[in-house]
Ligand binder design. Structure first.
Ligand SMILES: *Cc1c(COP(=O)(O)O)cnc(C)c1O
Length: 349
């Protein structure tokens, strides 16, 4: 009953096997390994983008920050949702790696940027001449931090606003696969065909030990990214072990299978919760994350029963048992039906 995060589960055994297989003989370092050549080809195939460049880093924060640094100048501002991971959970790494680009927060109901809100945020910047921030890239998270998903139409409408102003677009895809299998579209449709210029292609939360791919659809930006990755201390020397993870991820669609498993367990959980009284969903649970409100008393009962998940607002140990608190449940690929059912059974105790 471990629903705290999708980084809490194990890596897939096939990934560990792939590491063992890669762990023989010699391979050039710093991304010059032969496995990385396969990964690059694999990513180009998956994204139907023969000219795309791909790089591997070990955290999503590095992927996001280094991409945004490559896309912006220090005097620019990055437009993002007011609940974006780059704003709330990266300790100002995007500002640090970019050498000072700031973030302009766009009010985002359901954690999704809307074309109107984005347009007014963009219009609100770069109108104070030399004194204010200049307009920079737009960063979009798919699936969002609240477990919602942009439809392809919504995504395209948002990137269209960015294009109106000549701004580049970044997709934070820490949960790229969860969104993709839900939409049932192709990676190309969810990225460059929808106006996305660069992607942080998540792996860690979906079954790897620790790899995220950076996918740049504009190869002109690749060299700068390469330099920034090295300077940012994210170019791994024994790189083949990152490559091996990503190759295993893409092989036989393991990445899609794992996302389908995570989403299916979430669906089971959602269906069960809909039959329970006393809880309310705060966002439509479309990916593998559920935000719900319930009384402190109920949260306590669930925790006391052995469920593990975060309380996102308020303290579990407060006094008033009737106070409403927000909880967050996340399923990863390894969550079992039994784990879900055991959790749901706690409600009937
Ligand atoms: C987890 C996550 C990341 C990456 O986080 P790291 O801890 O740096 O790997 C990025 N974006 C979103 C939306 C996330 O949930």
């Amino acid at each position: 009953m471990f629903f705290a995060s999708d980084n809490a589960g194990p890596a897939h055994p096939k990934v560990l096997e792939a590491l063992t297989i890669a762990n023989t003989g010699y391979a050039s370092g710093y991304g010059a390994d032969a496995i990385m050549d396969e990964v690059r080809d694999g990513i180009r195939t998956v994204f139907e983008a023969p000219r795309a460049e791909a790089f591997l880093v070990t955290t999503g924060t590095a992927a996001n920050s280094l991409i945004l640094a490559t896309m912006s100048k220090p005097w620019q501002t990055v437009f993002c949702s007011d609940v974006a991971h780059i704003h709330e959970d990266e300790c100002n790494a995007p500002e640090f790696f970019s050498g000072g680009s700031k973030l302009t927060l766009v009010p985002s109901p359901s954690a999704k940027l809307t074309p109107d809100a984005l347009r007014s945020a963009i219009l609100g910047e770069e109108n104070r001449g030399v004194h204010g921030p200049q307009r920079g890239p737009v960063s979009i998270t798919q699936a969002t931090e609240k477990g919602t998903i942009y439809s392809l139409e919504e995504l395209t409408a948002v990137t269209a606003v960015a294009k109106d102003f000549g701004l580049k677009t970044h997709l934070d895809g820490a949960r790229f696969a969860n969104a993709l299998v839900r939409l049932g579209c192709t990676p190309a449709e969810m990225t460059w065909k929808a106006g996305i210029d660069a992607v942080s292609f998540g792996g860690t939360k979906n079954g790897l030990l620790g790899v995220e791919a950076v996918v740049l659809f504009d190869p002109e930006t690749a060299w700068e990214f390469e330099l920034r990755r090295k300077r940012g201390a994210h170019l791994l020397s024994k790189h083949r072990y990152l490559s091996a993870q990503m190759r295993a991820y893409l092989a036989d669609d393991l990445w899609l299978d794992m996302a389908r498993m995570a989403n299916a367990r979430t669906d089971r959980l959602v269906a069960g919760l809909r039959n329970t009284s006393g809880i309310e969903f705060l966002f439509e649970p479309e990916a593998n994350i559920i935000f719900f409100s319930a009384t402190r008393g109920l949260h306590r009962k669930l925790h006391d029963g052995g469920a593990v998940y975060y309380i996102m607002s308020g303290e579990l140990d407060g006094d008033d048992p009737e106070e409403m608190l927000t909880g967050r449940l996340v399923c990863d690929w390894s969550m079992t039906e039994d784990g879900v059912d055991e959790f749901l059974a706690l409600f009937d105790r």
